[in-house]
Design a protein around this ligand. Sequence first.
Ligand code: PLP
Length: 401
Amino acid sequence: MTLDWISPAERLQALPPYVFARLDELKARAREQGLDLIDLGMGNPDGPAPQPVIDAAICALQNPANHGYPPFEGTSSFRRAITSWYRRRYDVDLDPDSEALPLLGSKEGLTHLALAYLNPDDVVLVPSPAYPAHFRGPLIAGAKVHSLILKPEQDWLIDLAAIPEAIAKQAKILFFNYPSNPTGATAPREFFEEIVAFARRYEILLVHDLCYAELAFDGYQPTSLLEIPGAKEIGVEFHTLSKTYNMAGWRVGFVVGNRHIIQGLRTLKTNLDYGIFAALQSAAEIALELPDVYVNQVQDRYRRRRDFLIDGLAQLGWDIPKPKATMYVWVPCPIGMGSTDFALSVLQQTGVVVTPGNAFGVGGEGYVRVSLIAECDRLGEALKRFKEANIRYQSEALISG
Ligand SMILES: *Cc1c(COP(=O)(O)O)cnc(C)c1O
């Protein structure tokens, strides 16, 4: 008997195909053909979690008190570790009981925030390109996504003045993310001030994803939304331990900011999950308390790879600016070539996996994202193959976008 007559809900049919899943199929096929793949496609950090965090997790596993259901709202001591980290890092005071909520990774929280706050046909402002959860959450909720197309000539910053007044008045949520995945762009503090003023003027819930809070280089320090006066009245900010501490598989993130918004998300989550395994919450506290030297090592690692790759690409004629943050290099495709075609031809000719920019929305068309998730020897091998395959890049592509 087939179950063809049971089709998934319309909310699933509204979703464009998940490009990473498709890329996985293509990778599997390339592997079958015997290609030695260099996978720079995903944003999956390649190192282990810090040893003190692993030790704390092992120790916490031995404690049976951690084996039951954790509290819905996260353990009180992890919430306190979050707000202490925030005070240390940004000099911002938050109430650990109402203004901080642990999440099963920030992707979970971002998506559920959309479900907690959006009705069908509500209007949501989402940059394009963007991290996929920023538009997929609203699509699952049945909302209307109004894409804010980002452009290289505006340094990939949202052009707030270009948003039509009527759309701004209807909009319920604005998602944004600097330092940005996938573009690697950073936003100056004045931009944060402008976007807070915009959200306050139009009474829009402002959602900032600060996933790359710590992966910044050359002395650059990313701004937190909550450093901006008045931001907490209309906004929340999502954080994750996945990238900074190589803990992507542990599923630990958190949201901080406006207590009413966090309360709505908590209400939804109470009906869906029990939160993070308590043993991992106590290990996560140790991560947030690690001395700066640990974070500096991670930064150095990505900076070294960034410099190595961009300098190597420059020798092949690819003139790509160095991002001040994130673990990504955003590379224009050769003129006249779409991002899917370019990513596929790079994969077939060289075995190097990069992500087509259109995976992040139409605004990412014409680019591919290269993740700095391999050591320099592998990046060097990728460069060597680019050279051999004569994968060329015309610098005008930077302008034509
Ligand atoms: C990697 C990434 C996330 C996902 O983080 P998790 O906490 O692992 O779910 C969220 N936002 C952005 C922009 C990312 O790049």
